[in-house]
Design a protein around this ligand. Structure first.
Ligand code: DP6
Length: 340
C-alpha cells in the first residue's frame, strides 16, 4: 500500500455506436462498437489507498466530488478493492485537460485512467483485456479507451467476453478528427437513460439488423485506409443511432416525446458539411449522445475545413479541438507516498 499511482487516458469517439444494454448492471451492450481515441483530450488520475482512512476522498477538476459522481467512483473503487482483497479507503484526484462542456464523454477517459491507477495502487497487475473489462463496469465506452488507436468493443455474451480490443494502432492512419464545440449546455437526457429507452424505438431492431454489416464496412475501410468508404459508413451510422434516440421514450419522463440530442446549431453544421462535400471538400460528421459534432478529414482538406469553420462558427476563431488517433491508457508515474 501507500503507492500513489498516476495514470492517463484519452476519451474516444465512436465510429460505430454503442446504444442499448443487454445487461445494464454490468454495461454489457446489445451490439459491438468501434472507436478511435482522441489525442487532443485527456484525463489524468492519481490514486493512493491509505490504511486507516475513514472514507474515500475524490477530487475532480479541483473540486470535491459529490452525489452520483462521487458514488460512481466509490463503486468503482469497491470493484478494485474486491479484486485485490483489500479494504483501505482511497484518495483520488482526477483532472481533465478539456472543458466539461466540450461534449466529449469524459467518463470514458475517466474510468479508463481510474481503472489503471487504482488497480496498480492496489497491487494488481491486470492485462489489457482485464483492465478493459474493469473499465467497462465504470462506464461502458471506457473499455474502448484502454487499448490504443482504433478499438472494437466486442459485445460478448457475459462479463468476461465483453471488452475492447485493438483493430489498428494509432500509427496505422493519421486521420484528423475535429471536435466542434457548439453549445456549452449539458445534455438533458443522460446516456444511461438513452440506453434504457432504445428498445422503445420502432427502429431499434432495424438498426441492430444493419449493425454487423456496418461494423464490417467500417473495419475494412479502416484497414484499407479508404477515407470515403469510412466517412460514408460512419456518417450514416451516426444518423441511424440518432433516429433511434429521437423515436424512443422513457416512462419516467412523460414530457419527452423523443430524445433530441441535436440542437439547431448541430443541424446547421450537418447541412454545412453536406454543402461543403457538394463543393468538393471531403469531410464527414459523426455525433455521440450530445449536440457537438466531430468531423473527420484528411490533411489535404484541413486548411480548407478550418477556413470554412471560421465562417460558420460564432466568435473569433470558433471553438474546436483537433485530434489524431491517440494511444491507450498509460501510467504517468508511481511513487511511494511518505507516511504522514
Ligand atoms: C452515444 O454509457 O458509455 O457515445 O457514460 O455518458 O460516457 P457515458 O456514455 P456511455 O455511452 C456512450 C454512448 C455514445 C456512443 C458510444 O460511445 O459508443
Amino acid at each position: 500500500m501507500n503507492l500513489r499511482v498516476t495514470a492517463a487516458a484519452h476519451p474516444n469517439l465512436a465510429l460505430v455506436k454503442y446504444w442499448g444494454n443487454a445487461d445494464e448492471s454490468l454495461n454489457i451492450p446489445v451490439n459491438s462498437s468501434l472507436s478511435v481515441n482522441l489525442s487532443a483530450a485527456r484525463t489524468t488520475t492519481s490514486v493512493v489507498f491509505v490504511p486507516g482512512q475513514r472514507r474515500d476522498e475524490v477530487t475532480i477538476d479541483g473540486h470535491a466530488a459529490r452525489g452520483e459522481a462521487y458514488d460512481r467512483v466509490v463503486r468503482h473503487l469497491d470493484r478494485v478493492r474486491r479484486l485485490a482483497g483489500i479494504n483501505h479507503r482511497a484518495v483520488v484526484e482526477s483532472d481533465n485537460d478539456f472543458p466539461a462542456s466540450a461534449g466529449i464523454a469524459s467518463s470514458a477517459s475517466a474510468f479508463a485512467a481510474l481503472s489503471l491507477a487504482a488497480s496498480k495502487a492496489a497491487g494488481l497487475s491486470l492485462d489489457e483485456r482485464q483492465l478493459s473489462i474493469l473499465a467497462r463496469k465504470g462506464s461502458g465506452s471506457a473499455c474502448r479507451s484502454v487499448p490504443g488507436g482504433f478499438v472494437e468493443w466486442v459485445a460478448g455474451s457475459g462479463d468476461d467476453s465483453s471488452y475492447g480490443r485493438q483493430v489498428a494502432p494509432p500509427s496505422h492512419w493519421d486521420l484528423g478528427i475535429t471536435t466542434v464545440i457548439l453549445d456549452e449546455r449539458p445534455k438533458v437526457v443522460s446516456s444511461a437513460e438513452g440506453h434504457r429507452a432504445a428498445r422503445t424505438s420502432p427502429f431499434y431492431q432495424a438498426r441492430l439488423k444493419t449493425l454487423p454489416q456496418t461494423l464490417e464496412v467500417v473495419r475494412q475501410a479502416l484497414l484499407a485506409r479508404d477515407f470515403r468508404a469510412l466517412g460514408q459508413a460512419v456518417e450514416r451510422e451516426a444518423v441511424s443511432m440518432h433516429v433511434v434516440t429521437m423515436t424512443s421514450y422513457l416512462e419516467e419522463h412523460p414530457w419527452l416525446s423523443g430524445i433530441y440530442y441535436w440542437q439547431p446549431e448541430t443541424c446547421a453544421l450537418i447541412h454545412a458539411v453536406q454543402a461543403w462535400r457538394r463543393q468538393g471538400l471531403e469531410v464527414y460528421f459523426t455525433i455521440d449522445a450530445g449536440h457537438n459534432v466531430h468531423l473527420l478529414c484528411q490533411d489535404e482538406c484541413r486548411a480548407e475545413l478550418e477556413w470554412q469553420l471560421d465562417q460558420v462558427l460564432p466568435g473569433p476563431g470558433g471553438k474546436y479541438l483537433v485530434s489524431r488517433p491517440g494511444r491507450g491508457v498509460w501510467i504517468v508515474e508511481a511513487q511511494e507516498r511518505k507516511a504522514p
